[in-house]
Design a protein around this ligand. Structure first.
Ligand code: SF4
Length: 367
């Protein structure tokens, strides 16, 4: 059997940091390699988080950099290659060049299990790579398997194969129920997701063993492992758990999440940054740009310097326009209103309120 590497990417965000702590603590015998893709443009708080993790876990986090032979930071190197064309949500060359390509180079053709910190309370699927030698696992979710694995296993094409494997899996008191679910083919009134959720609701451990046995009949990396430590894992971790893990370990929540008070025309508000990634990331909200301007004016100035030849970070206004006093006040006021409305509804976490679009962006940058 070929050797399988186990890797975990640290994006600089809270979820991947918590995942590193969780995996190292819960599965100390798994030989996990930790890495981070450095764009050269992360916030100092991100580099600090990486150092804290190295100290706490007693590990070395491999810093992967694109364009290693360049005299410039990876981002600046590629920006020049793209003729100053700033990346945007519609043209995200930065994620590919600075995160995915270095990761795929690091992995090469080795068989790899990649652990990804998508939480149990998130809907998004963590796209990392479509390469066949890389298999993603999501330890924080009830369904730890990636979408492609589930689609293959539950497809009607593999119906007979799955049924014969399932006959040798112990679903305990749910044996009959599990057989009934497995023996029902997918059609327009019975979707893959319904089948998946019904099976997960029987017995998660048995379901994981079913998937593992099925994978043995495929070319997925896990087919090369005798066993897999996470098969008996029933944990589902949500946002509260992430903050708890980071705080209890002493690693701490990345400092940019810290709420900072501001006043605007007699009203009080709080802002912070909701995600890791480059300080100029185009995914940030207007209020986060203002946070950058007021909390890291040097970085805001640097972000402004990138805006030239008609290229801007935002679609409709430049960073210079965004910090005009009237415009800043309007953004803050609108944001305070939105916060008040949202805090009446559900979460008390500022990060929740800030990151309406947490699922946006890239798993490589923001987990
Ligand atoms: S953090 Fe934003 S700007 Fe940086 S690589 Fe990721 S998507 Fe691009």
């Amino acid at each position: 059997m070929s050797k399988v590497r186990h890797v975990l990417g640290i994006s600089g965000g809270k979820d991947s940091a918590a995942l590193a702590i969780y995996m190292k603590t819960k599965y100390p015998s798994l030989d996990i390699e930790f890495y981070s893709c450095d764009t050269g443009k992360e916030l100092d708080e991100t580099y600090q988080l990486i150092k804290n993790l190295e100290v706490y876990l007693g590990i070395k986090i491999e810093m992967l950099q694109a364009a290693q032979n360049s005299s410039e930071d990876p981002f600046d190197h590629f920006l020049k290659m793209y003729g100053g064309y700033l990346p945007s949500s519609n043209s995200r060359w930065c994620t590919k060049k600075l995160k995915l390509d270095p990761f795929e180079k690091y992995v090469g053709t080795d068989l790899v299990i990649s652990y990804v910190g998508i939480r149990g309370d998130e809907e998004r699927e963590g796209y990392i790579s479509t390469k066949k030698n890389i298999q993603s696992i999501f330890p924080f979710r009830k369904n730890i398997w990636s979408e492609d694995v589930i689609a293959k296993m539950l497809s009607n094409q593999n119906f007979d194969r799955l049924q014969s494997i399932a006959n040798n899996i112990d679903f305990g008191r749910y044996q009959d129920k599990a057989s009934q679910i497995i023996s029902k083919k997918l059609d327009t009134s019975f979707t893959q997701n319904q089948k998946l959720n019904l099976l997960l609701d029987t017995d998660v451990k048995a379901f994981n063993h079913l998937v593992f046995k099925f994978l043995k009949t495929t070319e997925y990396p896990l087919a090369n492992e005798e066993s897999f430590a996470l098969l008996n894992n029933e944990d589902v971790l949500i946002r509260d758990d992430i903050f708890r893990i980071l705080e209890e370990s002493g690693v701490g929540v990345p400092a940019y999440y810290k709420k900072i008070d501001f006043d605007i025309n007699g009203k009080k508000g709080q802002y912070s940054r909701s995600r890791s990634g480059c300080f100029f990331c185009f995914f940030q909200q207007k209020i986060e740009w203002i946070w950058l301007y007021e909390q890291h004016p040097d970085l805001y100035k640097k972000a402004m310097e990138y805006e030239k030849d008609g290229y801007t970070w935002g679609q409709h206004e430049s960073l210079e326009e965004l910090i005009q006093p009237k415009r800043m006040a309007a953004i803050k006021e609108e944001y305070v209103k939105r916060m008040e409305k949202k805090s009446q509804n559900k979460s008390s976490y500022l990060v929740d309120i800030l990151s309406d679009a947490e699922g946006e962006g890239c798993a490589a940058c923001f987990i």
